[in-house]
Structure formats: C-alpha cells, structure tokens
Design a binder for this molecule. Structure first.
Ligand SMILES: Nc1ncnc2c1ncn2[C@@H]1O[C@H](COP(=O)(O)OP(=O)(O)OP(=O)(O)O)[C@@H](O)[C@H]1O
Length: 244
C-alpha cells in the first residue's frame, strides 16, 4: 500500500541529513510500530508520507501512485496524520471532530453518525463537546485529535506518540479500538511510540530508526523485547548526552 524508495530528507536549516536512504514497503493491514531514540527522524518520516515536506532524494508511492500525483487534500483524507501536538484550531470538540467531514462535504446525517460512532468508541463524553482546546487536558486533546482522524476512515493512519499523554487504561482502550479497526481490514496503522510495553501486543512489525537510518525491520513475533528496550535506552542516553 505504501512504498518508500531510497528516501532521504535534508534539513531545511543546516546541512544535516534527517533521513538517509530509507526503503521500505508497508502492506495492507500492517500494524507498524516505529521505534527509535529522540531525534532519530520518526516524525520527519510521517511528515514526508503525509506530504507536509518533500524528500530531497527518492520517491514515495501510495497504492501504486506517486504521492506527488495525488491532490494533497485527497491524500490527507486517505492518509491521516495525528501529530504529537494536535491543535483544534479554536474549534469546539464537536466541531473539530466533524471538521474533516465538513471539508469532504458529506451530508449532515453522515457527519453526525460518524462523529457519534467514533466519539463513543473512544469514550469521549458529552461534557467535552462544547469545550475548546484551552479547556482540555493534554490527554483529552490527544483523544479528540485521534477521533478527528478516525472519522475520516482513512486507509492509512499515522499516529505520532498517541498514548504519550494518556493514562494506562485509556491508552489500552485506544489500542484495542485500533486493533479492531485493523482486524476489520479497513485501516493500516503506523504508530510512533517510546512505550514498548504498550505497543508490543499491538504491533505486527517493528521498524527501528536511528540517526535517520532504518536499521531494523522485523516481524513483532521475532523481537526480543528486553533487548530492544535496552538498545533504545542506550540510544536515548547517547542522544541526550549529544544535546547536553
Ligand atoms: N526542518 C528541519 N530543519 C532542521 N532540522 C530539523 C527539521 N525538522 C526536524 N529537524 C531535526 O531533525 C531531527 C529529527 O527530528 P524528528 O522530529 O523527526 O525526530 P523524532 O525521531 O520524531 O524525535 P522524538 O522522538 O523526540 O519526537 C531532530 O534532530 C530535529 O531537531
């Protein structure tokens, strides 16, 4: 469904290579966890796939078509990105969740039905609906941003640390819902996460990024999670030292 051929990304400021010659194929129904230390290039990879930025080298194909040939709004309906820090653009929760469907000019009844379905799946309570983002916690905002992506029923869902601000119970519930969507065959899911304990029962495949390079692409069953956790800890300590 998604293919990256030798994709590199040059920094817009300075000369750093943020992503270096990445080639990978994502298959329909994959549940991919993208792991790697801070600054490895994980979010940059998502921005490339969603066309928020363009590769300095290489090409990206989505369902056999170069993503540059797909009108950008259409692409972002089929590939929905939930970034780490989502904004509700001054809207109430109710309006924010409905907004992508309003842009698609769907009927009022279809919009209302999809909003209700996903709101209830994610257990977003009625009391939040008239609030704006200043009246929500970080985790609540994260959940609303995920609902806003799910109502689009995208083919590919890119979630950048979706559980980082959620409590354990809510994070587990979210992963259950994502697993159901994935099992129903509707949506391929890629999740960036530092929380290996949470992600290990969800993912079927692990991509490990380090210094802009894809250094591992393994099926989840074959992963030694303890070793992976240790490797991540060492890499994170190193990257913190480089910054200090
Ligand atoms: N446009 C840009 N110009 C220059 N440097 C950039 C640009 N965008 C990101 N960077 C740098 O690129 C590197 C990769 O950033 P990115 O956000 O992709 O990392 P990440 O793996 O998602 O990190 P984290 O886990 O902390 O979110 C970082 O060092 C970041 O500071």
């Amino acid at each position: 469904m998604l293919r990256l051929n030798g994709v590199s990304l040059q920094a817009t400021v300075g000369s750093a290579q943020l992503l270096d010659n990445i080639s990978v194929q994502i298959n329909n129904g994959d549940r991919i966890a993208i792991i790697g230390p801070s600054g490895a290039g994980k979010s940059s990879l998502f921005r490339l796939i969603n066309r928020l930025t363009s590769p300095s080298e290489g090409s990206i194909y989505f369902e056999q078509q170069s993503i540059t040939e797909i009108p950008v709004l259409q692409l972002r309906q089929r590939i929905a990105l939930v970034p780490q820090e989502s904004k509700l653009l001054g809207m109430t929760v109710q309006d924010a969740i409905a907004y992508p469907l309003v842009l698609q000019k769907l009927s009022t009844s279809e919009i209302s039905s999809r909003v209700t379905t996903w709101r209830s799946a994610l257990k977003i309570p009625d009391q939040w609906l008239e609030r704006n983002e200043l009246q929500l916690s970080g985790g609540q905002k994260q959940l609303v941003a995920i609902a806003r992506a799910l109502v689009m029923q995208p083919n590919l869902l890119l979630l950048d640390e979706p559980t980082s601000a959620l409590d354990f119970g809510t994070a587990n519930h979210l992963l259950e819902i994502l697993e159901q969507i994935s099992s129903a065959g509707h949506t391929t899911i890629m999740i960036i996460s530092h929380q290996l304990e949470l992600i290990k029962s969800f993912a079927n495949r692990i991509l490990y990024l380090e210094s802009g390079k894809l250094t591992e692409d393994v099926v989840a069953n074959a992963v030694n999670w303890q070793k992976l956790q240790e490797k991540l800890l060492i890499a994170e300590t190193q990257s913190t030292q480089e910054w200090s």
